[in-house]
Design a protein around this ligand. Structure first.
Ligand code: IMP
Ligand code: MG
Length: 181
């Protein structure tokens, strides 16, 4: 694979992403065969994952978006949980799947789950494109995982950003060091 100029290393190629996201879509379609799914896509990072995954869903589904922030530093979260964009759809009695780009410490998703449970969905599951289980500080497990990463790389691409940039990369990579410093 050719080396790209912003990434020192490509960890997951466009082809691998396509294949794995399709598999997840098929799996979810099977698991929710007779149920309607409400996807809650967490902006901004999950937009590509949401789009590609939903194209592989064969059961009835709805998508809504939320944006939250967990004011922390640039590369991790820990601060106050703030909802910046609310749901516009009532999830009472619905089968909900949260779509996340990445679960790192688990803080963001654990706060979200806590919040969404108060709206009494019939069921609530999590699908994350990337899971970093060895970075977990909050007890939360994703029901569907695209790729598990057990390294300490800060990754970008396929929706994942560094300072809002590089979300457009069609693969997942590690940024060149000079971009951080
Ligand atoms: P958590 O609350 O610590 O689980 O962090 C989740 C959020 O941190 C994600 O939604 C991302 O915005 C950000 N994040 C954590 N690790 C990475 C990474 O490797 N690349 C890009 N964003 C990341
Ligand atoms: Mg981010």
């Amino acid at each position: 694979m050719p080396k790209q100029d912003v990434c020192e290393k490509i960890l997951i190629s466009e082809e691998e992403i396509k294949k794995r996201v399709s598999q997840l879509g098929e799996q979810i379609s099977k698991d929710y065969e007779n149920k309607e799914i409400v996807f809650i896509s967490i902006l901004n990072g999950s937009f590509m994952f949401t789009s590609d995954l939903m194209k592989k869903i064969t059961t009835s589904c709805i998508v809504d978006f939320m944006q939250v922030s967990t004011y922390g530093n640039n590369t991790s979260s820990s601060g106050e949980f703030v909802i910046k964009k609310e749901l516009s759809f009532d999830i009472l009695g619905k089968h909900v799947i949260i779509l996340e780009d990445i679960i790192d410490s688990g803080y963001t998703i654990s706060k979200l789950v806590e919040y969404l449970k108060t709206m009494k969905p019939a069921s609530l599951k999590i699908a994350t494109f990337i899971d970093k289980p060895n970075r977990r500080e909050h007890d939360v497990k994703s029901d569907y995982v695209g790729f598990e990463m057990n390294n300490d790389y800060f990754i970008v691409g396929y929706g994942l950003d560094f300072s809002q940039r590089y979300r457009n990369l069609p693969y997942v990579g590690v940024l060149e060091e000079h971009i951080y410093s």
